[in-house]
Design a protein around this ligand. Sequence first.
Ligand code: SF4
Ligand code: SF4
Length: 371
Amino acid sequence: MIQILDQFSNPDLSRKLLDKVKNLAETFIEKHGRKPVIMEVCGSHTMALARSGIKQALRDYVKLVSGPGCPVCVTDQKSIDAMIQLAQGDGRIICTFGDMIRVPGSNGSLLDAKSEGKDIRVVYSPSDSVRIAEKNPDKEVIFLGIGFETTIPSLGIALKEANEKGLEKYSMWVTTKLVEPILRVLLEAQEVKLDGFLLPGHVSIVLGKHSYHYLVDEYGVPGTICGFEPVGVLGGIYKLIAMLLDERVEIENYHTHVVTHSGNSFAQEIMKTYFKECDEWWRGLGVIPNSGLDIRKEFAHLDAKKKFNVHVGEPRKTKCRCGDILRGLAVPEDCVLYGKACTPSKPIGPCMVSSEGTCAAHYQYMRGDII
Ligand code: SF4
Ligand code: SF4
C-alpha cells in the first residue's frame, strides 16, 4: 500500500503525466477551438494545483476554475457575525477549527474576541471540545461547527459523545454544507460553462462514487474523483479530457484505494441520526434550499441555536469578491483588495484566510502569474 501511495507523488510519473495531459488538451483545443474548462470543487485540490505548479504549467492548455469546496470560504458573513456575537457572552468557552478564528465578520474576528479576553480555543476534532466540556462543567462550552460531508460525521460523533455523557452545558452551533445542492445551483445558473468536475476526494470517501449520478443523468456533465497528490490530480484531469474527447459522460474514480461505490455507511448513518436537511446561507449565493444539515430536534438540548438568543443584522458590505470567486466568476487578481489591503497576514475575506482558499493559494504560489 505504501508503495502504491508513493507513486502518487513520484515526480517522474508526474512529469510524464503532465505531458500526456498537455497533448490531450491540445487535441481538445484543435477540435473545439477553446481550452477545456474544468472546475475543482474541493479547496484542497485548489491548494494542491497551485502548490504543485500544475495550474501554472497547464495555463495554456486547460482552464482550471476554483469552486465552492472550502467550508471556511463558503460560510456566509451572517454566520460569522453570529458566531462572534455568541463568543461575547460571559462564562463561555468557544471551540472551533483553526481557520475559523481568523475570518473577519462585520465587527472583527473570533481572534479579536480572543485578544479581548474571551476564551476561544482551536481544536483539531469536534470530540476535543467534548473533552473540554467534561473538564469545565461550570462553563458553557460551544463548538462552532462548519463543514461539508467530510466533517459532518465527526460533528455527529461529538454530539453522540456529549449526549451519552449527559453534558448539560455543551452545545454546538452548526452551519454545514452539502455538495450536491451547490453543484446543482452552479450547473443550473450556467454562469460559467463547465465541461467537467474534479470531484472532492474526502467528501467522496463518505458519499461514494454513486452519489454523483445526477451530474451524468440530469446535467450530462462528467467528473473524476481524485486525490491530492500531483499524480492523482493530473490523472483526474487526464481522464476528464479523455472522456470529453470520447464524448463519454461518466463519473470515473481515480481514488479507488479509498473511495468506494457506496461510500462509508457508518459515516452516512451518523449523519442521518444526528442531522436533518435545512436551508443554508452560502457566501455570495444567499440561501440555498436544503443545502445543509442542522441538528435534529431530538438533540435540541445540544443545539446552540436553540439554547442562545443570537440575532445579527445585515452584514457590513466590503469590496471582497469571495462570493464571485466561489462561483468561478472571478479570480483573486480581479479583486481590488488582493495583495494590497488583503494578504494572508491581514485577510479581508475567507478565501485569503483559509488554508484551502483560492486567494491564499494564488498569493502563496502564483503571485505575478495571473491565470
Ligand atoms: S474537507 Fe476535504 S473534500 Fe472538503 S474541501 Fe476540504 S479537502 Fe476538499
Ligand atoms: S483578495 Fe481578499 S478581499 Fe479579495 S476576494 Fe480574496 S479574500 Fe476577498
